[in-house]
Design a protein around this ligand. Structure first.
Ligand SMILES: [Zn+2]
Length: 105
């Protein structure tokens, strides 16, 4: 993992796959800094895809990262330390969407 500063918050990015590893607090801080006024929801758990291998938490080797979804953007969350793993492009999408008000019409 390589540290990457974003809006003053240091996130960890995997130099191989580009996945960003952070906690919910850090993610919320980045959204708040880059998208003032935007609220970051919690998202919801998605069913586990049995056909795909479950990545392990980098902090808790025994814990598998659960698939989650936030406004259509997939990410994975550790049930033990609540760390969040999100692909680089998905983090970008999350930040773009966070700035837009939800269109319910
Ligand atoms: Zn963990």
């Amino acid at each position: 993992m390589a540290p990457e500063a974003r809006a003053g918050i240091v996130l960890d990015r995997c130099p191989v796959c580009g996945t960003v590893w952070c906690d919910r607090t850090e993610l919320a801080a980045v959204v708040a800094a880059e998208r003032p006024g935007a609220l970051l929801g919690w998202g919801r758990r998605r069913p586990v895809d049995a056909a795909r291998a479950t990545p392990r938490c980098p902090r808790d080797p025994g814990a598998g990262l659960e698939p989650w979804d936030l406004d259509g953007v997939p990410f994975r969350r550790c049930p033990t330390c609540r760390g969040i793993a999100i692909a680089g492009e998905d983090l970008q999408r999350l930040l773009l969407q966070a700035g837009k008000p939800a269109d319910h019409r």
